[in-house]
Design a protein around this ligand. Structure first.
Ligand code: FE2
Length: 196
Protein backbone atom coordinates (compact mmCIF):
# COMPACT_ATOMS: atom_id res chain seq x y z
CA UNK A 1 0.00 0.00 0.00
CA UNK A 2 1.35 3.48 -0.81
CA UNK A 3 2.20 5.65 2.17
CA UNK A 4 0.20 8.87 1.77
CA UNK A 5 1.95 12.17 2.41
CA UNK A 6 0.07 15.43 3.12
CA UNK A 7 0.07 17.78 0.13
CA UNK A 8 1.31 21.34 0.50
CA UNK A 9 -0.83 24.39 -0.30
CA UNK A 10 -0.10 28.07 -0.77
CA UNK A 11 -2.07 29.38 2.21
CA UNK A 12 -0.34 32.77 1.90
CA UNK A 13 -2.39 33.33 -1.27
CA UNK A 14 -5.70 33.25 0.67
CA UNK A 15 -7.13 36.63 1.61
CA UNK A 16 -9.32 37.10 4.69
CA UNK A 17 -8.54 33.88 6.57
CA UNK A 18 -5.75 33.94 9.15
CA UNK A 19 -2.69 31.74 9.01
CA UNK A 20 -3.64 30.47 12.48
CA UNK A 21 -7.06 29.29 11.23
CA UNK A 22 -5.57 27.68 8.14
CA UNK A 23 -2.74 25.97 10.03
CA UNK A 24 -5.11 24.51 12.61
CA UNK A 25 -7.34 23.28 9.78
CA UNK A 26 -4.37 21.80 7.96
CA UNK A 27 -3.39 19.88 11.10
CA UNK A 28 -6.77 18.09 11.00
CA UNK A 29 -6.10 17.14 7.39
CA UNK A 30 -2.67 15.79 8.36
CA UNK A 31 -4.36 13.68 11.04
CA UNK A 32 -6.68 12.11 8.44
CA UNK A 33 -3.68 11.27 6.26
CA UNK A 34 -2.05 9.60 9.27
CA UNK A 35 -5.18 7.57 9.98
CA UNK A 36 -5.44 6.39 6.36
CA UNK A 37 -1.84 5.18 6.59
CA UNK A 38 -2.62 3.40 9.87
CA UNK A 39 -5.63 1.70 8.31
CA UNK A 40 -3.64 0.67 5.26
CA UNK A 41 -0.88 -0.82 7.39
CA UNK A 42 -3.29 -3.10 9.29
CA UNK A 43 -3.08 -6.84 8.78
CA UNK A 44 -6.18 -7.64 6.70
CA UNK A 45 -6.22 -11.16 8.16
CA UNK A 46 -5.89 -10.10 11.80
CA UNK A 47 -7.72 -12.24 14.38
CA UNK A 48 -9.52 -9.12 15.60
CA UNK A 49 -11.68 -9.25 12.46
CA UNK A 50 -13.07 -12.68 13.30
CA UNK A 51 -15.74 -11.44 15.75
CA UNK A 52 -17.73 -9.50 13.15
CA UNK A 53 -20.80 -7.81 14.62
CA UNK A 54 -22.98 -4.93 13.45
CA UNK A 55 -23.46 -3.51 16.98
CA UNK A 56 -19.76 -3.19 17.64
CA UNK A 57 -16.72 -5.05 16.46
CA UNK A 58 -13.23 -4.40 15.23
CA UNK A 59 -14.30 -4.81 11.61
CA UNK A 60 -17.19 -2.35 12.08
CA UNK A 61 -14.87 0.26 13.58
CA UNK A 62 -12.38 -0.14 10.78
CA UNK A 63 -15.02 0.05 8.03
CA UNK A 64 -16.60 3.19 9.54
CA UNK A 65 -13.21 4.81 10.05
CA UNK A 66 -11.94 3.87 6.60
CA UNK A 67 -14.43 5.94 4.57
CA UNK A 68 -14.41 8.75 7.15
CA UNK A 69 -10.63 9.11 6.97
CA UNK A 70 -10.34 8.61 3.20
CA UNK A 71 -13.08 11.11 2.40
CA UNK A 72 -11.53 13.44 4.97
CA UNK A 73 -8.29 13.40 3.01
CA UNK A 74 -9.86 13.60 -0.45
CA UNK A 75 -12.31 16.39 0.36
CA UNK A 76 -9.73 18.52 2.18
CA UNK A 77 -7.33 18.21 -0.75
CA UNK A 78 -10.02 19.31 -3.22
CA UNK A 79 -11.03 22.15 -0.88
CA UNK A 80 -7.52 23.46 -0.25
CA UNK A 81 -6.79 23.24 -3.97
CA UNK A 82 -9.86 25.26 -4.96
CA UNK A 83 -9.37 28.02 -2.34
CA UNK A 84 -5.65 28.66 -2.82
CA UNK A 85 -4.13 30.79 -5.59
CA UNK A 86 -7.50 32.50 -6.29
CA UNK A 87 -7.98 33.32 -9.95
CA UNK A 88 -10.19 33.29 -13.00
CA UNK A 89 -13.90 32.90 -13.54
CA UNK A 90 -16.15 30.05 -14.73
CA UNK A 91 -15.24 28.92 -18.26
CA UNK A 92 -17.82 28.51 -21.04
CA UNK A 93 -18.48 24.84 -20.24
CA UNK A 94 -19.11 25.66 -16.59
CA UNK A 95 -21.30 28.64 -17.46
CA UNK A 96 -23.36 26.48 -19.81
CA UNK A 97 -23.99 23.99 -16.98
CA UNK A 98 -24.76 26.81 -14.54
CA UNK A 99 -27.13 28.65 -16.89
CA UNK A 100 -29.04 25.48 -17.79
CA UNK A 101 -30.49 25.37 -14.27
CA UNK A 102 -29.71 28.57 -12.39
CA UNK A 103 -29.79 31.05 -15.30
CA UNK A 104 -26.94 33.17 -13.90
CA UNK A 105 -23.74 32.84 -11.92
CA UNK A 106 -25.25 35.08 -9.21
CA UNK A 107 -28.23 32.74 -8.73
CA UNK A 108 -25.88 29.75 -8.69
CA UNK A 109 -23.60 31.25 -6.04
CA UNK A 110 -26.60 32.26 -3.91
CA UNK A 111 -27.80 28.64 -3.97
CA UNK A 112 -24.35 27.40 -2.99
CA UNK A 113 -24.28 29.87 -0.10
CA UNK A 114 -27.73 28.74 1.02
CA UNK A 115 -26.51 25.13 0.99
CA UNK A 116 -23.40 26.18 2.94
CA UNK A 117 -25.62 27.69 5.63
CA UNK A 118 -27.73 24.53 5.75
CA UNK A 119 -25.18 21.73 6.02
CA UNK A 120 -22.83 20.66 8.83
CA UNK A 121 -19.89 19.25 6.91
CA UNK A 122 -19.42 19.93 3.24
CA UNK A 123 -21.05 21.49 0.20
CA UNK A 124 -19.93 20.09 -3.10
CA UNK A 125 -20.76 21.22 -6.62
CA UNK A 126 -20.45 18.16 -8.80
CA UNK A 127 -21.45 16.66 -12.11
CA UNK A 128 -23.75 13.69 -11.59
CA UNK A 129 -23.32 11.14 -14.37
CA UNK A 130 -26.74 9.54 -13.91
CA UNK A 131 -28.64 12.67 -14.91
CA UNK A 132 -25.68 14.31 -16.64
CA UNK A 133 -26.24 17.51 -14.73
CA UNK A 134 -24.62 19.88 -12.28
CA UNK A 135 -25.68 19.39 -8.66
CA UNK A 136 -25.05 21.14 -5.37
CA UNK A 137 -24.91 18.39 -2.78
CA UNK A 138 -24.55 18.64 1.00
CA UNK A 139 -22.83 16.36 3.49
CA UNK A 140 -23.19 16.45 7.26
CA UNK A 141 -19.91 14.55 7.67
CA UNK A 142 -17.11 13.28 5.43
CA UNK A 143 -18.88 9.96 4.98
CA UNK A 144 -22.54 11.03 5.18
CA UNK A 145 -24.24 12.01 1.94
CA UNK A 146 -21.49 11.19 -0.54
CA UNK A 147 -22.66 10.77 -4.13
CA UNK A 148 -21.22 7.99 -6.25
CA UNK A 149 -20.45 8.25 -9.95
CA UNK A 150 -20.05 12.00 -9.74
CA UNK A 151 -17.11 14.35 -10.25
CA UNK A 152 -16.61 17.06 -7.62
CA UNK A 153 -15.90 20.48 -9.14
CA UNK A 154 -16.07 22.88 -6.19
CA UNK A 155 -15.65 21.71 -2.59
CA UNK A 156 -16.41 23.91 0.41
CA UNK A 157 -15.73 22.87 3.99
CA UNK A 158 -18.49 24.13 6.28
CA UNK A 159 -17.49 22.25 9.41
CA UNK A 160 -17.14 24.74 12.27
CA UNK A 161 -13.44 23.88 12.51
CA UNK A 162 -12.97 25.50 9.09
CA UNK A 163 -13.94 29.00 10.22
CA UNK A 164 -14.69 29.31 13.94
CA UNK A 165 -11.30 30.72 14.99
CA UNK A 166 -11.70 33.65 12.58
CA UNK A 167 -15.41 34.07 12.09
CA UNK A 168 -17.06 32.65 15.22
CA UNK A 169 -20.69 31.87 14.41
CA UNK A 170 -20.70 34.09 11.30
CA UNK A 171 -20.62 31.33 8.74
CA UNK A 172 -22.07 33.60 6.06
CA UNK A 173 -19.02 35.85 6.23
CA UNK A 174 -16.77 32.80 5.96
CA UNK A 175 -18.63 31.59 2.87
CA UNK A 176 -18.37 35.04 1.27
CA UNK A 177 -14.64 34.98 2.01
CA UNK A 178 -14.32 31.55 0.40
CA UNK A 179 -16.18 32.83 -2.68
CA UNK A 180 -13.63 35.63 -2.92
CA UNK A 181 -10.78 33.11 -2.89
CA UNK A 182 -12.02 30.56 -5.40
CA UNK A 183 -9.45 29.21 -7.81
CA UNK A 184 -11.66 29.01 -10.89
CA UNK A 185 -8.79 27.68 -12.99
CA UNK A 186 -8.76 24.62 -10.78
CA UNK A 187 -12.57 24.27 -10.94
CA UNK A 188 -12.51 24.75 -14.74
CA UNK A 189 -9.83 22.09 -15.09
CA UNK A 190 -12.10 19.65 -13.23
CA UNK A 191 -15.11 20.42 -15.39
CA UNK A 192 -12.97 20.07 -18.53
CA UNK A 193 -12.28 16.45 -17.52
CA UNK A 194 -16.00 15.68 -17.37
CA UNK A 195 -17.46 13.97 -20.43
CA UNK A 196 -21.14 14.86 -20.69
FE1 FE2 B 1 -12.09 20.56 7.44
Amino acid sequence: MPNLKPKLYNFASIQGISEHQLREHYSLYEAYVKKVNELDSMDKLSDCFKDANATFSCMRSVKLGETFALNGVILHQLYFENITNPCGSPNSKMMKLINSQWHSKENFMNCIKSACLSMRGWVIVCVDYLTKSLRIIGLDAHDVGSLWCATPLMVIDVYEHAYFLDFGTNRGKYVDTIFGNLNWNSINARVNCVRI
